[in-house]
Write a protein that binds this ligand. Structure first.
Ligand SMILES: *[C@@H]1O[C@H](CO)[C@@H](O)[C@H](O)[C@H]1NC(C)=O
Ligand SMILES: *[C@@H]1O[C@H](CO)[C@@H](O)[C@H](O)[C@H]1NC(C)=O
Ligand SMILES: *[C@@H]1O[C@H](CO)[C@@H](O)[C@H](O)[C@H]1NC(C)=O
Length: 384
C-alpha cells in the first residue's frame, strides 16, 4: 500500500508518515478483526463438532462452558448455537448405540477386536479358535434385557463383580452391597437369566442387537488361579473339587505312583494338556468352566462381541465397558484392590517349576488359541 500511495505533493514528509501510520494501524485493526472473527467462527465450528461427535455431551459440558466464556461478544448467537447443540442429547436419551461411539473408542479396544477377527480367520488355528454356539456356551452368557447387555462368564477374572453389577441393573437388588454372597451364583434367585433360557428366535435377536462383552486374563495365570481357588483353598464350600474331581485327575495323570500327596499343579497341567481330556471333562460336568478355554466358554469367533476387557487393565477397562454399555450413570464397578490385576511372572514360573517341558508344551498347544486371540505373549520362558 505504501508503494502505491499517491505522490500528493501537498503532503509533508511527516504528514505522509502519519498517514502511513494510520492506514497501517487501520490495516492492522482489520487484520485483528478478521482474525477475531475467524477465531470465533472456529470456536463455533469446534463447539458444534464436539457436541455432535461425542456420545454424551454432558461429559464435556465443562469444556463447552469454557468455549462460551471465551466468546462473550457473540453471546447472543452462541446461545442459539448452544441450544441447537443440546438437541442430539434429547434425541438420544440413553446414548446407547450411538453411531459415533466408534469414533471415540480408544484405539486399544478397536485393536483387540481387530486382532481377534484376524486370528479367527487364521486357518492354522481354526480348531483352536472356533467352537459351536452350543447350549454350553449359551449357559455361560447372562442377560440384562433392561439395558440390552450380554455378559459371557469367564471364571477367575473378576466375574462375580460383573454379575453383581448386572443383578443390580436387572433390579433384583437395589445396590451391589446388598446382594448376599450366596445369591450371586444362584440363578433361581438372583434375577440374572442365562441366554439359554430363551427361545431360539429370542436368542438370535439378543445376539444380534445387544452390547456383548467378556473379560480375559493371561491364560496360564488364570489356570493357576483356578487351581488355587478350587483345589488348594476353596473359599466357598465346594467339597466336590477336592473329593471327586481331584482324585479323578490323580488316578489318570499322576506321574509318580508312589507320591501320595493331594492334587499337584503338575497333575492338573497333564490333564489339561491331554488331547483326550474330554473323557474326564464329561464326568466333571459344568465344573470344567473354571479351566476350559475362553474359546469354549464364549465362542469369540462365532459371536460378534462389542468389547473384550483385560483383567490386567481392569482399572481402565471396567469404566470403559460401563460407558460403552450406556450404564455408567447407573452403576460403578466395585473398587479393585491395588496390585491384584497385574501379571506376575514370578508366580507363573514358580507354579511351573519342575513340570516337564513336554507337558507344558502340550498345555500351551491346547491354550494357544486363547493366547493368540487375546494378544497374550507366548510364554517362551516356560517352553524352551
Ligand atoms: C486340531 O487340528 C490338528 C491338525 O490341524 C489336529 O491334529 C488336532 O487333533 C485338532 N484338535 C482338535 C481338538 O480337534
Ligand atoms: C516319587 O514320590 C516319592 C514320595 O513323595 C518320592 O520319595 C520319590 O522321590 C518320587 N520319585 C520321583 C522319581 O520323583
Ligand atoms: C508375585 O508372586 C510371588 C510368588 O507367588 C509373590 O511372592 C510376589 O509377592 C508377587 N508379586 C507381586 C507384585 O504381587
Amino acid at each position: 500500500m505504501r508503494s502505491t500511495h499517491p505522490q500528493g505533493s501537498a503532503h509533508t514528509y511527516a504528514g505522509r508518515v502519519v498517514e502511513w501510520l494510520t492506514t497501517d494501524i487501520m490495516h492492522r485493526q482489520w487484520l485483528l478483526l478478521a482474525a477475531c472473527s475467524w477465531v470465533i467462527f472456529m470456536f463455533m465450528v469446534a463447539s458444534k463438532f464436539i457436541t455432535l461427535t461425542f456420545k454424551d455431551p454432558d461429559g464435556y459440558s465443562a469444556k463447552q462452558e469454557f468455549l462460551f466464556l471465551t466468546t462473550v461478544p457473540e453471546a447472543g448467537r452462541l446461545r442459539e448455537e448452544k441450544h441447537f447443540a443440546e438437541d442430539p442429547k434429547h434425541a438420544q436419551p440413553t446414548g446407547k448405540v450411538a453411531p459415533s461411539s466408534q469414533l471415540v473408542a480408544p484405539l486399544v479396544y478397536v485393536e483387540r477386536l481387530e486382532l481377534m477377527r484376524n486370528v479367527c480367520r487364521d486357518e492354522a488355528l481354526k480348531n483352536l479358535s472356533h467352537t459351536p454356539v452350543s447350549k454350553f456356551v449359551l449357559d455361560r452368557i447372562f442377560v440384562c434385557d433392561k439395558h440390552k447387555i450380554l455378559f459371557c462368564q469367564t471364571p477367575k477374572v473378576g466375574n462375580t463383580q460383573w454379575k453383581k453389577v448386572l443383578i443390580v441393573l436387572n433390579g433384583a437388588f437395589p445396590a451391589i452391597g446388598e446382594i448376599p454372597e450366596s445369591v450371586v451364583h444362584d440363578h433361581e434367585k438372583n434375577g440374572l437369566p442365562r441366554l439359554s433360557s430363551f427361545s431360539q428366535a429370542e436368542i438370535q435377536k439378543r445376539l444380534k442387537t445387544y452390547f456383548k462383552f467378556f473379560i480375559v486374563r493371561d491364560p496360564f495365570e488364570r489356570l493357576i488361579s483356578a487351581f488355587k481357588d478350587k483345589f488348594v483353598h476353596n473359599p466357598r464350600f465346594e467339597p466336590w473339587y477336592r473329593h471327586e474331581i481331584a482324585p479323578g485327575i490323580i488316578r489318570k495323570y499322576r506321574k509318580n505312583r508312589t507320591e501320595t500327596r493331594g492334587i499337584q499343579f503338575e497333575d492338573f497341567v497333564r490333564y489339561l494338556g491331554d488331547p483326550n481330556h474330554r473323557r474326564l471333562d464329561l464326568q466333571f460336568g459344568d465344573h470344567i468352566i473354571h479351566w476350559v478355554t475362553y474359546v469354549e466358554l464364549c465362542a469369540p469367533c462365532e459371536i460378534k462381541y462389542s468389547v473384550i476387557g483385560h483383567h490386567e487393565t481392569l482399572e481402565e477397562d471396567a469404566p470403559y465397558i460401563l460407558r460403552e454399555a450406556g450404564i455408567d450413570h447407573l452403576v460403578s464397578y466395585p473398587a479393585i484392590p491395588p496390585g491384584i490385576t497385574a501379571y506376575n511372572r514370578t508366580k507363573v514360573e514358580r507354579y511351573f517349576l519342575g513340570i516337564s517341558k513336554r507337558d507344558i508344551r502340550r498345555l500351551y498347544a491346547r491354550f494357544e488359541g486363547d493366547f493368540k486371540l487375546f494378544g497374550y505373549q507366548k510364554p517362551d520362558f516356560l517352553l524352551n
